[in-house]
Design a protein. Structure first.
Ligand SMILES: [Zn+2]
Length: 171
């Protein structure tokens, strides 16, 4: 249970001078919003889109406010479901960010990317189709390819996308 409101599910461990606090996303964002002086706009809680098979999938929208920026996540409402994320600057337009997230989600579930295959011994495994990944960690667009700092990597780590995350750099 969230230590502040006593009802929300704990999503964030906040390290402070006074010690660690376990907070739900709402209380966490409320605190960050005050600290960073960024207003979080009212946003849709969820949206539904059809995937490549025509199946309707529903995603919850989660917003995470970090000192380094805003992270918006679309988390599918099932266990082991899809997860997509976009990042923006603290002062970026939040509705545009939401639109970007929905576009990315639509694209992500619009094509089949992972296939389940079975080894002769009966073990199943996943394989990528078309040798393509779209589940990359998204780098900060403003950083212009500058290597991420550790805090940003940690930040990105919590905004992982489904199904695969490749951190290998090709330069
Ligand atoms: Zn709370």
């Amino acid at each position: 249970m969230c230590e502040q409101c006593g009802s929300g599910k704990v999503k964030v461990f906040l390290d402070m001078e006074a010690g660690t606090m376990q907070l739900c996303l709402n209380c966490y964002n409320e605190r960050m919003s005050e600290e960073l002086e960024v207003n979080l706009e009212q946003m849709v809680d969820s949206f539904s889109l059809k995937d490549y098979e025509g199946t309707t999938r529903t995603f919850f929208v989660e917003i995470h406010l970090y000192p380094t920026g805003i992270c918006l996540e679309a988390v599918e409402n099932i266990e082991f479901g899809y997860k997509f994320a976009v990042h923006g600057e603290l002062n970026s337009n939040q509705q545009d960010l939401l639109k970007k997230l929905m576009d990315k989600t639509r694209k992500g579930i619009g094509e089949k990317q992972v296939e389940t295959k079975v080894f002769p011994n009966g073990l199943s495994y996943y394989t990528l189709m078309n040798d393509q990944f779209t589940g990359l960690i998204e780098c900060d667009e403003a950083s212009d390819g500058v290597p991420l700092s550790l805090i940003e990597i940690v930040h990105s780590f919590f905004c992982l996308e489904f199904p695969l995350v490749i951190t290998h750099q090709t330069n």
